[in-house]
Design a protein around this ligand. Structure first.
Ligand SMILES: C[S@@+](CC[C@H](N)C(=O)[O-])C[C@H]1O[C@@H](n2cnc3c(N)ncnc32)[C@H](O)[C@@H]1O
Length: 230
């Protein structure tokens, strides 16, 4: 198995200040209990065919659309941004979506502390903060550390979908994956179920191209590389 190495020295998100609006507070108080994430993600709950984690769901348009389009899957959505999560939960409730669970929190800590080995069928990372300045590159979500974590938390055959409107971020993902034995990175089609919203819509409006990548972890490739290197 890949080693969990290179502890991230910094958070991958922007620290935001400011007061929570009453609307956000009310939505979170009412809806977070209804959409609570289980204390641990382990064996699939009864009747659930796939468990998918969305990291940095923002306002949650993709998460709600995915859950709506895949009623037998469980979509677990995380973000640290309260207004975004509140808005997502309100949209899920309005749409009558129940196969979604959400929490305010850091996805790195969540993966480290609350996800069993092999518990995730897929991970979605859509339009992650690009951290374009060189001194901020270490804040990017995709890193040796997170790929090491994901290699253990994904079920065999699992995948990580990454979409970005920032070419330097796409190059970064390819480079990190190429440096980690076992990871295979390929360009894929835009998922038909994902609505044009949030940071994708902003990127497209600004004329930026969208790159869609799929990362898969192949333990057999990792083992073969290790044997070759020995
Ligand atoms: C650029 S926004 C994109 C939001 C949304 N996915 C979209 O496409 O509109 C990136 C989001 O990732 C969240 N984020 C970054 N690092 C995170 C982490 N470690 N855990 C949870 N959320 C994170 C940020 O708070 C922010 O809301």
């Amino acid at each position: 198995m890949a080693q969990v190495t290179d502890q991230p020295p910094v958070r991958t998100f922007h620290a935001r200040r400011g007061r929570r609006s009453q609307l956000t507070t009310d939505r979170l108080e009412t809806l977070l209990p209804r959409y609570a994430v289980p204390p641990r993600l382990g064996a699939r709950p009864a009747g659930v065919e796939r468990v998918v984690l969305e990291i940095g769901c923002g306002h949650g348009a993709a998460a709600v659309a995915y859950a709506h389009a895949h009623p037998t899957h469980l979509l677990v959505a995380l973000d640290v941004h309260p207004p975004g999560v509140a808005r997502m939960l309100a949209a899920a409730a309005d749409a009558g979506v129940d196969n979604l669970a959400a929490e305010l929190g850091d996805a790195v800590e969540f993966l480290e502390q609350r996800v069993d080995a092999g518990a995730l069928d897929a991970v979605h990372l859509f339009f992650p903060d690009p951290w374009l300045k060189a001194r901020h590159h270490r804040r990017r979500f995709v890193s040796r550390h997170t790929l090491g974590l994901l290699a253990t938390r994904l079920a065999p055959g699992g995948e990580v979908l990454v979409a970005t409107d920032q070419l330097p971020y796409a190059a970064h993902v390819r480079e990190v994956a190429a440096g980690e034995p076992g990871w295979v990175c390929e360009e894929v089609a835009r998922p038909a179920w994902r609505p044009m919203a949030g940071f994708e819509a902003k990127g497209v409006a600004a004329g930026r191209a969208i790159t869609e990548l799929r990362l898969r972890y192949r333990a057999d490739v990792e083992r073969a590389t290790r044997i070759e290197l020995a």
